[in-house]
Design a protein around this ligand. Sequence first.
Ligand code: ATP
Ligand code: MG
Length: 264
Amino acid sequence: MADPLLQIEDLHATVEDREILKGLNLTVDKGEIHALMGPNGSGKSTLAYVLMGRPGYEVTRGKVLYKGEDILGLAPDERAQRGIFLAFQYPTEVPGVSVVNFLRTAYNTIHPDDEKSAIAFRMYLQEKIDLLEIPEELVDRYVNQGFSGGEKKRNEILQMAVLRPELAIMDETDSGLDIDALRHVSEGVNKLMSDDIGVILITHYQRLLNYIRPHFVHVLMGGRIVTSGGFDLAERLEAEGYAGLGQELGLAREEYVEEEGAAV
Ligand SMILES: Nc1ncnc2c1ncn2[C@@H]1O[C@H](COP(=O)(O)OP(=O)(O)OP(=O)(O)O)[C@@H](O)[C@H]1O
Ligand SMILES: [Mg+2]
């Protein structure tokens, strides 16, 4: 059998000497959307950063295999080149670099066998802009500078369309979106979904999952996945909250009660 796209085993990670991930297991295959839900401060963004290799996030135990390869020793750009993509919870501004130039540089780095000239890239980009119905003027502006929350998220979906990752990790793609933008961004993700990509969708709200139907829903509490299921698990969470679910699962109280100042 082929290796899974992503296989995380007993992952422990610390940030500033504090253990945040405490034995996390997760397997993602191509063609699957995995929703990851959990209270503030439970470690969702930490997992995304660990997968991308962000400095400051130290893995102390466990394995992360991407298509069978241990990626923990790889730099963030090496992971991106292998097809891993992270859409940030708080996208950063890149002043002085237009979206189109940023995307072309990223594309040519990730797909060196298909390097595109400025003109060829512009045509390729246009296809994606049309597919996602993104306002064209967005791509001539500087990356995220002065972008509204909704525009930043749209830009992220455009990045994903252009870079064609095999594993996409989307952190709180729904945060700060109005209902129309939410639908728009969700439609974009649905259009990009195929048998060639696996998606980890980090979200707080069942609302997003009405638009993007996950194949699996996982609940992250206290640094590990405490239960997994289908869409009905998200509905159950909406009804019971994390405390209700935590009690039902017989977890220790500190695993589902938000720590003071825990959210970042
Ligand atoms: N750079 C950092 N320095 C110190 N503590 C950090 C850092 N990054 C994360 N943490 C801590 O790790 C814990 C998990 O944070 P994380 O951002 O992963 O939570 P989350 O599940 O994404 O929460 P939210 O739902 O609020 O986005 C928190 O207690 C947070 O304060
Ligand atoms: Mg987060």
